[in-house]
Design a protein around this ligand. Structure first.
Ligand code: FAD
Length: 544
């Protein structure tokens, strides 16, 4: 299925919607899908690309939040951890089981007994099945599983079940599914002003950033799912009072997998009492995160030298054999947690619960929460909107449907089928002689559509080097099917290469920009401006 932004944009200009969703991160995407699937007429806009806010900058785990057990948030843990299994079923190629190792060290956050009990409660709250239940390991078993762990002070380890994903890919799959269900979703459309009738919100004045035009979107209800920008939109609505957001910055660094060759993800103690993840992903391992108050520009959030040093020190303390230095760091990302401010609490201790604010104008804002809980957050918001429409217009909608809506165009029946498909792709791309991570990379990113990319790369692009052949076919696929408008949309959010395969971009940028230029009919100054902006981004993620 192709998604033509211009067609969707035209509809936004002329249609009248039940619901306008502002924000195309995971929260807004989830709301648009839920509402469209119930039969509401929905528009969604994002001022940048889909997932260009926090939803491409997370730790990329679909997790129950073990740390929240420490804060006794049992209900939150139970709800989000049960969601893991649902999301795995809906997107088995993209929400992947991941074993997590919790090293137990002398004087660490969790002792042996507390780990054994804590992980048991965690499994129980999450409804984890037999073979995936937690395993307690002694020191030698822990070290033989992960030889790079520091042996000194190690008492043992707990091994338990989590899931990892790609946050931006998950968001784009939800957006694509929402469009399929009838939602009109456009990236690069910014809400600049609200429109009121007798003080009630009835739509928004927006700018199309790409076409450089302004228009209005008419809607009975407006939801702001703008994450870190929620208070800005509340300010625009003149309804910013009471509770506020507290923004906390979280940074991740990426090193080549052979510099920190972990087989499992590891969740480990840092000297200052915090805990950090190290997560293997295809050709890389990433480490994060930090948790520091943030008051600077919301659109330019990057790692700095002290963030990178903190994470390198943390990793080297747990994995001294790796001896990581700044020169190993290939890329970084930094995101903002939109937390709900709690007086007197440090950032790390503020609750990650979501919260809905309803203004007198009718503006509904949702903030806080987690990637993992997006479906339940969406259900809550859409229930609220459905109730309002029912009361105002006596029009009723179906209950929430998203538990059964697959998040890929051609669903896999289960995880095994997704793994088998990786083997199939491996055979298909054999003639290209690509590095071994490619089958997983292609299937995790593009699901069964990896076949289209692999087919074209093998058949049509045999005159260019193999990596470029695949990249060209990926880009053409994303331009046609995933509303890519700018280089960063493709390199950062559709393919994840900016973070996980930085060098592949350096080696192939110009021929790929040729494809952009041809597709969008850019003149030379436009191409130059797009290239310059993207090179600045490439520099910014390595500016430490
Ligand atoms: P965002 O993704 O920020 O989306 C808001 C969107 O609104 C943006 O795309 C923005 O462009 C748009 N917008 C703003 N203003 C306007 C406007 N005027 N007009 C139009 N559009 C506008 N959760 C997990 O479950 N697992 C994890 O492993 C995890 N790790 C995390 C690690 C870090 C470092 C951080 C920061 C968060 C993490 N989270 C995790 C939490 C999770 O990432 C967030 O809760 C989630 O991504 C928030 O999504 P959102 O859609 O609410 O906000």
């Amino acid at each position: 299925m192709s998604y033509h932004r211009s067609t969707l944009l035209e509809k936004q200009k002329h249609d009248h919607y039940d619901l306008l969703v502002i924000g195309g991160g995971i929260t807004g995407a989830g709301i648009a899908l839920d509402a469209a699937a119930r039969g509401m007429k929905v528009a969604l806009v994002d001022k940048g690309d889909f997932a260009s806010g926090t939803s491409s900058k997370s730790t990329k785990l679909i997790h129950g939040g073990l740390r929240y057990l420490k804060q006794f948030e049992f209900l939150l843990v139970k709800q989000v951890s049960r969601e893991r299994a649902i999301l795995h079923r809906l997107a088995p190629h993209l929400v992947l089981p991941e074993k997590m190792l919790l090293p137990i060290v002398k004087g660490g956050t969790f002792g042996k007994f507390a780990t054994a009990i804590g992980l048991k409660i965690y499994d129980w709250l999450a409804g984890v099945k037999d073979e995936d239940k937690r395993l307690m390991l002694n020191k030698n078993e822990g070290l033989s599983l992960e030889p790079f762990l520091k042996g000194e002070n190690l008492i043992g380890a707990g091994l338990y079940a989590e899931y990892r994903t790609d946050d931006a890919r998950l968001t784009i799959e939800i957006i694509k599914t929402a469009i399929k269900k009838g939602a009109d979703c456009c990236n690069y459309v910014s809400v600049d002003e609200f429109i009121y009738q007798q003080e009630e919100l009835v739509g928004a004045k927006v700018s199309d950033i790409i076409g450089k035009t302004n228009f209005q979107i008419a809607a009975d209800y407006v939801v702001s799912a703008t994450g870190p920008w929620v208070d800005q939109l509340r300010h625009l609505d003149k309804s910013l009072k009471g509770k506020r957001l507290f923004l906390s910055k979280g940074v991740h660094i990426v090193v080549p997998h052979n510099r920190l060759p972990l087989k499992n993800s590891v969740y480990f103690d840092v000297q200052d009492g915090r805990m950090v993840f190290a997560i293997p992903r295809q050709r890389a391992t990433y480490i994060g995160t930090t948790d520091t108050p943030y008051k600077d520009k919301l659109d330019e959030v990057f790692a700095n030298e002290s963030d990178v040093e903190y994470l390198l020190d943390a990793a080297n303390a747990m994995f001294p054999k790796a001896g990581l230095t700044k020169s190993d760091v290939e890329s970084t990302w930094a995101g903002l947690r939109p937390l709900i401010f709690e007086e007197g609490k440090p950032a790390g201790e503020m609750s990650r619960k979501d919260e809905i604010f309803i203004a007198d104008s009718g503006l509904i804002s949702i903030a806080g929460g987690k990637l993992t809980g997006y479906r339940k957050m969406a259900e809550k918001v859409v229930n609220l909107v459905a109730k309002k429409i029912q009361m105002a217009k006596n029009k009723s909608f179906k209950p929430c449907q998203t538990k059964e809506i697959s998040l890929t165009s051609m669903p896999f029946s289960n995880f095994k089928e997704a793994l088998d498909f990786q083997h199939f792709i491996q055979e298909k791309i054999k003639p290209l002689g690509l590095p071994p991570h490619y089958p997983a990379y292609l299937v995790e990113n593009y699901s069964k559509d990896a076949m289209i990319i692999a087919d074209h790369a093998v058949v049509k692009e045999h005159d260019v080097a193999s990596e470029l052949a695949v990249m060209k076919c990926e880009l053409k696929y994303c331009l046609e099917h995933e509303m890519v408008m700018k280089p960063a949309d493709f390199f950062e959010r559709r393919s994840g290469r900016l973070y996980f395969d930085y060098h592949s971009i350096q080696a192939n940028l110009d021929p790929l920009l040729d494809i952009f230029q041809k597709h969008f009919k850019w003149d030379d100054p436009t191409r130059m401006a797009e290239k310059t902006a993207f090179l600045q981004l490439m520099q910014a993620v390595r500016n430490f």
